[in-house]
Design a protein around this ligand. Structure first.
Ligand code: AMP
Length: 384
């Protein structure tokens, strides 16, 4: 009997546990919250990620450890890695936790990135704005997610009022989590590659996915993205280069901006990713199953699509499930969380044999849930 330990007990750990059941796996989840939703399906050890006594108990009970949460302190990951195999490894985790380290790595690998600068002081910020120009975005290097820890600088203007505001908002974090300034990319689309690399170095990527955000939080994902095959191939080649450079093991996501035919890397997530949830119903093997196969050293499953898929995220509270459950394309996922503003509480995946059928399903579900704005950009893309 193999037990997989997961640091972090949110919906990603929950979906990993669900995917692991047919493989005969057991799980142990460590989370600081007693009501972490993966605890509904797997034993939960409630403890802080820095609690070495709890980490030791965790290590004793698992055969391999992985993450549902990328901001587990790198030091805790290193400590754990001395006692039990940890995938992805602490080095990959440390790079992916730091926007400056990951952008520097992308650039070294020849992957285009927006102009960026490390910001330690207010003078650095002024110098970087002068070099990069506006609009640009000041971001925390670490611990930012879903658009949090970001300030958009639109115009340097007279007296640099906007830079003052950005510094007032984030400057105090320069000495703790660090800051990075990035050029604002006037992107046409946001896309992501979700890919898996196994302990033996086998690499597989799912088809490129296009993503739409609402207030910095993922609202919808469409796969396959409606782009020229050369663009999709290039994005996947970038992901493969990143995986090899980090000797990465597990599933990860590489998020990119598409401007014309050019791809610019934004960031990577060292874990299964929200833009890969559609793989549960829309691919031969889901990202959750392949992550488990990768970290256990099993052969990876095929990442081919089964038709066309669109994932719709439910943020804050769940809409009426019956609109999705009664639709021939509909698949419903309720994470078992209590409603809270800005919280990911569930998603639906619509899957159909062709783009026209998928667009029709989106029209039906969008109308039934009175959410035309969430489905409209996806339907428009399917008509391209
Ligand atoms: P991130 O946390 O870096 O993924 O940023 C959240 C969202 O902010 C992204 O999905 C984009 O929509 C937007 N964003 C982040 N960085 C940039 C950038 N350099 N240029 C334009 N938009 C950006």
């Amino acid at each position: 009997m193999t037990t997989v330990g997961i640091l972090g007990g949110g919906q990603l750990a929950r979906m990993l546990a669900l995917a692991g059941a047919p493989l005969g796996l057991r799980f142990l989840v460590l989370d600081s919250a007693a009501d972490a939703c993966a605890g509904q399906f797997a034993p939960l050890l409630q403890a802080d990620y820095t609690d070495h006594a709890a980490l030791a108990r965790f290590a004793e009970q698992v055969d391999v450890a992985t993450f549902d949460f990328e901001n587990v302190p790198a030091e805790s990951a290193r400590w754990l890695a001395q006692r039990v195999p940890v995938f992805p490894g602490p080095r990959a985790l440390a790079v992916a936790q730091d926007r400056l380290a990951e952008k520097s790595m992308f650039r070294e690998l020849g992957i285009p990135v927006p102009e960026f600068a490390d910001i330690a002081t207010r003078a650095d910020l002024d110098a970087a704005i002068a070099r990069i120009g506006t609009p640009c975005i000041l971001k925390t290097r670490r611990l930012g997610y879903d658009g949090k820890g970001q300030f958009r600088i639109r115009d340097s203007g007279l007296g640099n009022a906007n830079a003052d505001a950005a510094w007032a908002a984030l400057g105090s974090q320069a000495g703790t989590v660090g800051l990075i300034l990035e050029a604002f990319v006037p992107f046409e689309r946001e896309v992501s590659v979700v890919a898996a690399r196994s302990r033996s170095g086998e690499f597989r990527a799912w088809p490129l996915t296009e993503n739409w955000h609402d207030h910095g939080i993922l609202a919808a994902s469409l796969a396959p993205a409606v782009v020229h095959v050369a663009i999709a191939d290039k994005a996947i080649a970038h992901a493969q280069a990143v995986a090899q450079a980090l000797d990465y093991v597990g599933v990860f996501a590489l998020e990119l901006f598409l401007v014309g035919d050019e791809l610019l890397a934004n960031e990577m997530a060292p874990r299964v990713h929200n833009s890969g949830h559609w793989t549960i119903e829309g691919a031969e093997t889901s990202q959750f199953e392949n992550h488990l196969r990768a970290v256990l050293g099993l052969p990876l499953g095929d990442t081919r699509m089964v038709g066309h898929a669109c994932m719709l995220n439910w943020i804050g509270q769940l809409p009426d499930a019956t609109a999705v459950l009664s639709d021939p394309c509909g698949h419903w996922h309720d994470y078992g969380k209590s409603p809270r503003e800005g919280r990911k509480v569930g998603h639906a995946t619509l899957r159909a044999d062709g783009p026209d059928e998928l667009a029709a399903g989106l029209r039906r579900v969008g109308a039934a849930l009175a959410r035309p704005a969430q489905v409209a950009p996806v339907i428009a893309r399917l008509r391209d």
